[in-house]
Design a protein around this ligand. Structure first.
Ligand code: ATP
Ligand code: MG
Length: 351
């Protein structure tokens, strides 16, 4: 198949990890006879430096016409002055809003070879395989904000339609997995959570084969650490999702390992590793490319419907995490290129 992929390497380690993921996609296209074209565009700090804007119009236009967008990371100390007129992060928030990607998917698995890096004991980590679905374009992040000298407010608002679409997406994903959905809210206190819960409950009737449970966010924070292997798909609102997914990421051992996909109604998905621009290691060739390479696998699965190709990448990564080489963040000595070479070699066996 033919596909147009826009790459947004961004700042810090972004270009290093994006280049690795592109190399994997190119190798895969060769194996399977696909024609992928790559169109590199500016976003974040490097875009501010070049154009004065964190999300140049040319970047947005290219993304809107693409089949999928692969992003590295944005931001860094050079652009972190809070009083600056434009900031790199505005580029990413603006892109998410413009693409309407309301569902943020973050799969979490704990690789047995890396269990020592996790704060939890081995037996609790066995079989952990959770898919978080975080609502990404509503709630407190987008509500009205007010501020006087001694009072501040952040409005948290959800409509039934906003909850329905993310709930349907989560149920559909659960249907393709172990058919269990956990919906997380704070329905004992918050009105938005009561609307969330009743809406999820109603959508559940469309998916009678999926088992639903509701958890309060405070208990869920605890259960994720005490019984992480109990969960299949977890759906929650924007703020709770932000916090719970970072908590869950700690279980995997390194930020450098985890991918994400942000999806909306249109076909264009946005794929990026969960880590930031890691300015402390940028330009040194030591960043772990695994989170970005796994994001490329999600791109193949969710935007291009190339499931076998996605599985081939995941199998190659699994092999490399098992046999090495390992980058520094997971206790090894390997650089980005060493890990990439090993993934490409493993891919030969799976693709
Ligand atoms: P942001 O504010 O952009 O989300 P952050 O504050 O969460 O960024 P990161 O940039 O993700 O921070 O970096 C946090 C730590 O994790 C740093 O020490 C960084 O070097 C390390 N780190 C992040 N990504 C990687 C990676 N791909 N490989 C190795 N180490 C990484
Ligand atoms: Mg962060």
């Amino acid at each position: 198949m033919k596909a147009r992929i826009v790459t947004l390497p961004g700042d810090g380690v972004g270009p290093e990890v994006t280049a690795a993921a592109v190399a994997v996609l190119q190798a895969l296209a060769g194996h399977y006879g696909h024609e992928f074209s790559f169109d590199e565009q500016l976003i974040g700090g490097c875009a501010i430096d070049a154009t004065g804007e964190p999300l140049p119009a040319a970047t947005l236009a290219a993304c809107q016409q693409a089949d999928a967008v692969l992003l590295g990371a944005v931001g860094g100390p050079k652009w972190s002055d809070p009083n600056a007129p434009v900031r790199p992060e505005q580029g990413l928030l603006g892109l998410r809003a413009a693409l309407g990607v309301y569902a943020n998917l973050r799969p979490l698995q704990v690789h047995p070879a890396l269990a020592d890096l996790s704060p939890l004991k081995n037996e609790r980590l066995q079989g952990v395989d959770v898919l978080f679905v975080r609502e990404l374009t509503g709630g407190a992040y987008f509500g009205a904000k007010t501020r006087t000298d001694d009072t501040a407010t952040d409005e948290c608002k959800y409509t039934v339609a906003e909850v329905e679409r993310v709930a349907r997406r989560a149920f559909a994903l659960a249907r393709g997995r172990r058919k269990q959905l956990t919906s997380v809210d704070k329905a004992n206190v918050l009105e938005t959570s009561r609307l969330w819960r009743s809406t999820v409950q109603r959508i559940a009737t469309e998916f009678p084969d999926v088992k639903v449970e509701h958890q309060l966010v405070d208990s869920m924070a605890m259960l994720l650490l005490s019984q992480p292997s109990r969960y299949d798909v977890v759906v929650t609102e924007n703020l709770f999702g932000d916090i719970l997914t970072d908590e869950a990421a700690a279980l995997a051992g390194s930020l450098g390992l985890l991918p994400s996909a942000s999806l909306g109604e249109s076909r264009v998905g946005l794929y990026e590793p969960i880590h930031g621009s890691a300015p402390d290691i940028a330009g040194k060739g030591v960043a772990n490319p695994v989170g970005t390479i796994l994001s490329a696998a999600l791109l193949l699965r969710h935007s291009l419907q190339l499931e076998a190709e996605a599985v081939a990448i995941e199998a190659a990564i699994d092999r490399v995490l098992n046999d090495g080489p390992h980058s520094r963040d997971i206790g090894g000595q390997a650089g980005t290129q060493d890990v990439l070479d090993a993934v490409l070699q493993a891919l030969d066996g799976y693709a």
